[in-house]
Write a protein that binds this ligand. Structure first.
Ligand code: ADP
Ligand code: MG
Length: 404
């Protein structure tokens, strides 16, 4: 009796087989996605559809990345989000890498998958043929040898055994090779990792800086405003106490002053709390909170909002602060007759735009508001753009990554 096939080998075969068969499916899908991308490139009218095709390519690549990561039990880092415009897509290195990967996968994945499935199919087909040849006079084996007698049927059976034996021999190394090449092609290039690391280190430093600045601002607000007012409350209450001992009627003005100082302290405290995370955001969400800002703007303001997913609180607070700064600037510096605010999520980023039709000429270096927004946004890995030529108009645009 033959020695039993070790379980390890069978397991390796079935794992490799599954990987290659799934790869056959995604390899065929890769052909469709690549054709779609090409179709977008050829006629200029369909060029605006390119970002959508690139996102489909990214989704398929992400599927492959997850599959490779699962089989290798490693994390394959994902590239940054696909840009929103066709021009940016064409210039994007990560999109080009997606396309290169899909091209290789369309050919290699499909061929490797066909090789993998040919083992069981060849085995089954030849066995069926060896048993049913009298029903098919023109039957031939998968290697094209005729099966018209029982000895020839024996040959078909041997062939089936060869297919069955070759599968476990060929499939696992083929799967391993395909897995490694896919992993190498899917991993982000080393330079981009180095760049990314430098960027992360810088934004992390900016985050710490922004955090420290924010703490200092809160500490200053508490110290200069509220603490001073509370000191006044204590002083006036002390005076009231002393007055009470002598002449209760003379104590009244001190109590009233202490009362008004306590009221002021409370109002200051509310303002500080609101500046940390405006409660209107928690109560009504970003879109409505921004509409509230627009309603109170002294320059007429319209707000357009796309569908917003759940956005992290820090990002919401930064976006809200950016809109508040943009509206205040438009009212204070621009002489604009109208302001437009736009909120939306595009390509994995929350994009906030505040534009006014005023005189322009905004310069970050001349004030503290815009540079504060930039620090806050950069700390969240976002970007700030300010277009404000002399004569206007002015556009303030922030974009902050949000989890998909
Ligand atoms: N929308 C705008 N239109 C015209 N000028 C602007 C606008 N926003 C800002 N500026 C100019 O840019 C400078 C910097 O703005 P900002 O950083 O917000 O500082 P500030 O604290 O003075 O508001 C302002 O002092 C102003 O001169
Ligand atoms: Mg300002």
């Amino acid at each position: 009796m033959d020695a039993p096939v070790p379980a390890g080998r069978l397991q390796r075969f079935s794992r490799g087989f599954r990987f290659l068969v799934d790869g056959l499916a995604t390899g065929l899908a890769a052909w469709f996605v690549l054709l779609a991308c090409l179709a977008c490139l050829v006629p200029v009218v369909s060029l605006p559809l390119l970002p959508r095709a690139a996102r489909a390519a990214r989704a398929l690549t992400a599927l492959e990345r997850a599959r490779v990561a699962r089989h290798l039990q490693v994390r394959v880092p994902a590239p940054p989000a696909v840009p929103a415009t066709a021009r940016a897509v064409l210039a994007d290195a990560a999109v080009r890498r997606d396309a290169a990967f899909l091209l290789v996968h369309a050919v290699v994945g499909t061929l490797a998958g066909v090789v993998a499935v040919s083992s069981p199919i060849g085995a089954v087909q030849n066995v069926v043929l060896a048993l049913t040849w009298p029903l098919f006079p023109a039957a031939t084996t998968t290697l094209n040898t005729p099966v018209q007698s029982w000895p020839q049927a024996g040959v078909a059976l041997l062939l089936a055994a060869a297919y069955a034996a070759l599968g476990p021999l060929v499939v696992p190394p083929l799967a391993r090779w395909h897995l490694r090449t896919s992993a190498a092609l899917l991993a982000p290039p080393r330079e981009s990792l180095v760049e990314r690391l430098a960027e992360v280190t810088a934004t992390r430093a900016a985050a710490l800086d922004a955090h420290a600045t924010e703490l200092r601002r809160i500490e200053r607000d508490l110290h200069d405003g509220i603490q001073n007012r509370m000191v006044a409350v204590v002083v006036h209450l002390g005076a009231a106490e002393r007055a009470l001992r002598r002449d209760p009627v003379a104590a009244l003005p001190f109590v009233l002053t202490a009362h008004s100082a306590a009221d002021q302290a409370l109002a200051d405290l509310r303002a500080v709390v609101r500046s940390i995370y405006p409660p209107v955001l928690a109560d009504r969400g970003l879109a409505e909170a921004v509409s509230g800002l627009a309603a109170h703007s002294s320059v007429p303001c319209t707000v357009r909002t796309g569908a917003l997913p759940r956005i992290p609180a820090a990002v919401e607070a930064a976006a809200y602060a950016a809109v508040a700064e943009g509206l205040t600037n438009a009212a204070k510096h621009s002489g604009a007759r109208r302001v437009d605010v736009h909120l939306g999520v595009r390509g994995g980023r929350l994009v906030v735009e505040v534009s006014d039709d005023g005189g322009g000429g905004a310069q970050e270096a001349r004030g503290t508001g815009l540079s504060g927004i930039r620090r806050r946004v950069q700390a969240l890995d976002g970007t700030v753009q300010l277009h404000s030529p002399a004569g206007g108009p002015t556009l303030l645009r922030i974009a902050v990554p949000v989890p998909g």
